[in-house]
Design a protein around this ligand. Structure first.
Ligand code: GDP
Length: 446
């Protein structure tokens, strides 16, 4: 029996999709536990690139079942399109289950998302969150207020009509919404077509655990965007942490065997919010260009900067990482020197190493203190081939030192390495670097 949770350890886009796809080769179920079409997990298959938004990467492998789990907010028209696109390309090879407890993302949520961000910007331009405007925040807010519409409700016309009427009664401030009757009709139609996939997913997963099958819980967004523990209010409206993955799947904490934190070898952030190690100069531009740093769902250029160990330590404690996957080390190949932030100095002069300041404003003004690491050579095709076959032994010494430094400073072993975008350009390091550390929390020095 094993349940592995895969969590983004930074601000998103760490290549969770690619690491989950790698691990999915040995899993029976892969469950997306939160978010909606705002997520975009890119996977480079031999047949070309796939970007998954509302499907988990379980649907890409035969013998694997991809679950769009209870914690998600699903935009059904886009989900149907995503399925159709994969089928057309012959890449829909696994099976699909859609949780009946997931919520529906509705046109009113998109309208409200835009309304909310414009309202913030009117009060102060710096207060705009820069959301994807896909309605994710309002859909989760309505879910918590009990005004939401679940996927199950779409299959019961009377329930759907009543829930929509109540929901619409709370949206007088929006104006110009499509009539509730029209929305109900359209949604019921799509839900009818997707109905063969819709079911209570949690009992199926419990049975799988009881049979000793392997489950992966695939987090979307990332720890530093967590509603409560991220850089509030510049956060997402769900819990992209290991705890959130459990709530979003219906799996009990006692079933979890490992929690893998995925982090890039540098850092990026999309949208507004504090980002202490951001590099707005030519080196940041180098990272954006070389790393192809544009949002998979929105195409927005990502803000780029350097690895931040304060955030990584914080994410490790919050999620209980048992190992780290460090991705995109090839992007830094060929640099003479690589800065890594080990601590911050806050505006009041205090230093911070492990715990994120509560105020986004303090974090925005935090001064990172950098250590500089010797760079490693470019990871060209021949070296990739060697890493693929020989693992740890083939790593350039400077890269190995960089990874060992991360493991030692975060208190979590580095077990997986991404060194290129292709599916086979991920390796499990055996032994893991910094092995022997098992609990991120017990490694905490306070
Ligand atoms: P996710 O949402 O966390 O799955 O990440 P995204 O898919 O938004 O972004 C990761 C991007 O990096 C995608 O375009 C991947 O194809 C690419 N990628 C993943 N791993 C690597 C790697 O090790 N090296 C390079 N160069 N690109 C990678």
């Amino acid at each position: 029996m094993s349940v592995t949770v895969v969590i983004g350890a930074q601000f998103g886009d760490e290549a969770k999709g690619k690491i989950t796809d790698y691990l999915a080769a040995n899993a029976r179920y892969v469950v997306r536990t939160g978010g909606g079409p705002n997520a975009g997990h890119s996977i480079h298959l031999p047949e070309g690139q796939v970007v998954l938004h509302q499907l988990s990467c379980g649907v890409l492998r035969s013998g694997t079942i991809g679950v769009s789990g209870p914690g998600m907010v699903l935009q059904l028209a886009k989900l149907e399109q995503e399925i159709a696109d994969l089928e057309r390309r012959g890449l829909f090879r696994g099976e699909l289950m859609i949780s009946d407890r997931a919520h529906a993302l509705l046109p009113v949520h998109e309208a409200e998302d835009a309304w909310e961000d414009e309202l913030r910007a009117r009060v102060s331009p710096a207060a705009a969150l820069g959301t994807t405007r896909m309605g994710i925040g309002p859909a989760y807010a309505d879910r918590a207020s009990r005004f939401g519409v679940r996927i199950a409700d779409l299959l019961r016309p009377a329930v759907l009509r009543e829930q929509l009427q109540i929901l619409y009664a709370t949206k007088g401030h929006l104006g110009n919404l499509p009539p509730a009757e029209t929305v109900a009709g359209e949604l019921a139609e799509i839900a009818g077509r997707l109905a063969p996939y819709v079911r209570p997913t949690e009992p199926v997963l419990w049975q799988a655990i009881a049979r000793g099958e392997r489950l992966l819980l695939e987090g979307a967004q990332s720890a530093l965007l967590d509603l409560d523990f991220g850089t509030y209010p510049f956060v997402t409206s769900s819990h992209p942490t290991s705890a959130g993955a459990l709530v979003g799947s219906g799996i009990a904490p006692t079933e979890v065997t490992e929690v893998i934190g995925v982090a890039k070898a540098y850092a990026t952030r999309v949208g507004s919010g504090p980002f202490p190690t951001e590099d707005t100069g030519p080196q940041g531009e180098f990272l954006r260009r070389t790393g192809g740093e544009r949002g998979a769902s929105t195409g927005r250029p990502r803000r780029c900067g350097w690895l931040d160990l304060v955030m990584l330590r914080y994410a490790a404690r919050l999620n209980g990482f048992t190992s780290l996957a460090i991705t995109k080390v090839d992007v830094l190949g060929g640099l003479d020197e690589i800065p890594v932030s080990n601590q911050y100095v806050l505006p009041d002069g205090t230093t911070v190493q492990e715990v994120l300041p509560t105020y986004a404003d303090d974090l925005a003004r935090a001064q990172p203190v950098y250590e500089r690491f010797e760079g490693w050579p470019e990871i060209h095709a021949r070296l990739k081939e060697r890493i693929h076959h020989e693992g740890v032994r083939a790593l350039p010494p400077a890269l190995r030192r960089y990874l060992e430094h991360i493991a030692a400073e975060v208190g979590v072993p580095v077990e997986y390495l991404g060194y290129g975008p292709q599916r086979e350009e991920t390796v499990r390091l055996e032994p893991a670097l910094g092995a022997g550390r098992r609990s991120a929390v017990s490694a905490w020095t306070g």
